[in-house]
Design a protein around this ligand. Structure first.
Ligand code: NI
Length: 173
């Protein structure tokens, strides 16, 4: 199985608006290929996560790969984690608004409210069910990628159009 850098689906592609299917024994092989393709497709971008629908695979799987960025210099550097059939529950109603971008929506950034602290579970590549608690930036990445599995993008969560700005302006904030 060779991993391929895949084309990224851009906003307007119907695959980004579908509810993705659970990975099952019947789709395990497709899921393994998709996992490898997600990892190599994210490499070499400035992204910190990628969901399967963004590479035209309507499966419930995603990669979370926090790393320090200009906006989040203290973000943890982590090995990319492939999460299969992920779920989450907020650990409190506490939300915070901060900037997000998306490889499927080039050129802009938006301020998005997200739960600050969440409990998650997912199946890893070895087939183990994993439970974790996430806070802050990594919790934000998770919720952004999870939305892609539900046919949502971050623009759907923006409270005010004035919270959307061009990436060029964002990079000079
Ligand atoms: Ni995205």
């Amino acid at each position: 199985m060779t991993a391929q850098v895949r084309e990224i689906a851009l906003l307007g592609e119907p695959v980004l608006r579908k509810i993705a299917s659970l990975v099952t024994v019947d789709t395990t092989k497709q899921a393994m290929q998709t996992a490898n393709d997600l990892l190599v497709s994210l490499e070499g971008t400035n992204g910190v996560g990628l969901a399967a629908p963004q590479i035209f695979e309507s499966l419930r799987m995603m990669v979370v790969a926090s790393k320090p960025t200009k906006r989040y210099p203290t973000a943890p550097q982590m090995e990319p984690i492939i999460m299969i059939n992920p779920n989450f529950t907020p650990l409190s109603n506490d939300m915070e608004k901060d900037w997000e971008g998306c490889l499927s929506i080039p050129g802009i950034r938006g301020k998005v409210p997200r739960y600050r602290s969440i409990g998650i579970d997912f199946t890893d590549l070895a087939g183990q069910r994993i439970e974790m608690e996430l806070t802050g930036f990594v919790a934000r990445i998770f919720q952004h990628e999870y939305d892609h599995l539900e046919g949502l993008v971050y623009l759907d969560r923006i409270e005010n159009n004035q919270d959307i700005i061009s990436e060029a302006v964002f990079l000079n904030l």
